[in-house]
Ligand binder design. Structure first.
Ligand code: SAH
Length: 477
């Protein structure tokens, strides 16, 4: 962060404005509305500042700025538009260790002011740190449209009830749940209803145990989270997440949420499924709201079903929030339609993880043409996979595509044919997590960004990393 965001209490605190023009008046009005005691130093005042002088108690020194003016003030805002004066004000402020804002003059600023959405006491401040003020204002406009006008009123009512609610609901976690309910339902109605709703909700009995949400985090790109998943992330007390869930997504969680990683890496058993189930049950029993965050969709090769069952058997509440599964996310990133009227009437989601699943798959059916196979967890089983499919009649020249770390900034796409699969994977050193797509549709998409298609010519990983640049989202990757 280039700037530290903060809200200042300026009530009764002296602040200095240098300049008497329109811009200075605008800043003065804002500082005045925050309760600051203002001194204005300017030889002349334009009409807006004169008006402010008539309506508000501010002190005007009708002269040029002097470095000694800064002393005794908490903040200085300089808006003279004269570079030489701006420089002198900034230097005097720095000397006196007083924060200074020189309007529209970033290099001379020791603090900058954000674009604001004012629903006092609720205030949203947006800043691009001076990098793109227009962007900050656009974001402000969007938030402005998002927040109902009555929200300030609701916040004031909540403030009036805070002590009584604290008295009635002692446990902080329960109290937070109470307020979440108030604000969620009050946003749906008119904020004016809030006052009547609070006592009714306070009387209703509150659940003392927590709950679990089995949430799909999608394949990696945070843009592919659902709104419901985002809400869970922001409300949960604890987030129990897989290793596959990206740091960008975890960064969207509530700041004070407890994070528990329970990764199961291929080949190493960090946490057994039984341990994870027991952990979820224990957390929910202790009254926590638990977000069980899993890559992709929780119910597709995610063992979410077992976790749901464990919670159900323990008599605990849970909810499932679906996610975009790796097959959909990676296919989209590679421009591959999983079904296509001309090329694939069906799609099968298959896992080739472990010896057992290879042997128990229905190969005659999987080898049929006009269908797409989306293979999860298959990287170590490519040779057996090809052998089975070809033996059951799928032609060796069937198109394939491998998408490694799909939808992330490290995404790689390799295309070829079924017969070349093992060689391609080896030459390009494909690693988990990767999706394999088999079928005519794998020919589609934009190969311009793919890795080299001939196995023999494939260079080492370092050179590949330089050559292949793939955007995180969008068709054609
Ligand atoms: N529940 C998940 C799948 C978990 S199994 C889902 O619905 O997507 C883990 C496998 O998913 C990985 O071995 C890999 O085959 C696939 N996978 C998950 N994320 C992926 C990604 N970003 N890119 C490629 N494959 C991915």
């Amino acid at each position: 962060m280039n700037y530290f965001p903060a809200f200042l209490d300026l009530h009764g605190r002296r602040c200095l404005i240098v300049g008497g023009g329109e811009v200075a008046a605008r800043k003065a009005r804002l500082l005045h509305s925050a309760g600051a005691e203002l001194t204005v130093v300017a030889p002349r005042l334009a009409a807006p500042m004169q008006q402010l002088l008539r309506n508000a108690a501010l002190c005007w020194q009708a002269r040029e700025f002097d470095a000694a003016d800064v002393a005794g003030h908490w903040l200085v805002v300089s808006a003279t538009g004269v570079p030489e004066v701006e420089r002198r004000v900034a230097a005097a402020a720095a000397q006196a260790r007083v924060f200074c804002n020189s309007v529209d003059n970033l290099p001379q600023c020791s603090f900058i002011t954000p674009a604001i959405v004012d629903r006092s006491p609720l205030v949203v401040a947006v800043s691009s740190g001076g990098a793109a003020p227009v962007l900050a204002r656009q974001v402000r406009a969007r938030i402005e449209a998002l927040l109902p006008a009555g929200l300030g009123r609701l916040a004031r009512v909540a403030a009036e009830w805070r002590d009584r609610v604290r008295h009635k609901i002692a446990a902080p976690a329960e109290r937070r749940m109470f307020w979440e309910r108030v604000f969620e339902s009050a946003q749906a109605r008119d904020a004016a209803d809030a006052a009547e709703m609070i006592p009714a909700l306070l009387d209703a009995s509150l659940p003392s145990t927590g709950e679990a949400w089995l949430v799909g985090a999608g394949p990696g790109d945070p843009d592919l989270l659902t709104l419901a998943a985002l809400r869970c992330l922001q409300q949960a007390d604890v987030i129990v997440h897989d290793r596959l869930v990206s740091p960008e997504i975890l960064a969207l969680a509530r700041r004070d949420a407890e994070m528990i990683a329970v990764g199961k890496k291929p080949g190493c058993m960090a946490n057994s499924q039984e341990q994870i189930n027991a952990l979820l049950v224990e957390l929910v029993c202790s009254g926590k709201r638990v977000c069980r965050l899993k890559g992709g969709d929780p119910f597709i090769f995610g063992r979410g079903g077992e976790e749901a069952q464990a919670l159900m058997e323990a008599g605990l509440a849970y909810r499932v929030v679906p996610g975009i599964t790796a097959a959909s996310g990676c296919a989209a990133a590679a421009g591959i339609p999983l079904t296509h009227r001309d090329a694939a009437q069906s799609v099968a989601f298959v896992t080739a993880h472990g010896k057992d699943s290879i042997d128990t798959l229905d190969w005659p059916s999987l080898a049929r043409d006009r269908q797409t196979l989306a293979v999860y967890m298959g990287v170590r089983r490519f040779p057996e996979l090809v052998g089975k499919l070809v033996a059951h009649g799928r032609p060796a020249n069937t198109p394939i595509a491998i998408v490694e770390r799909g939808t992330t900034s490290a995404q790689r796409i390799v295309r070829g044919t079924l017969g070349q699969l093992s060689l391609l994977a080896e030459a390009h050193r494909i690693e988990a997590p990767a999706m394999l797509f088999i079928g005519e549709v794998a020919r589609l998409g934009d190969p311009a960004t793919d890795e080299a298609m001939t196995p023999g010519a494939a260079p080492g990983r370092q050179r590949l990393a330089l050559r292949v640049t793939v955007p995180a989202t969008g068709r054609g990757a």
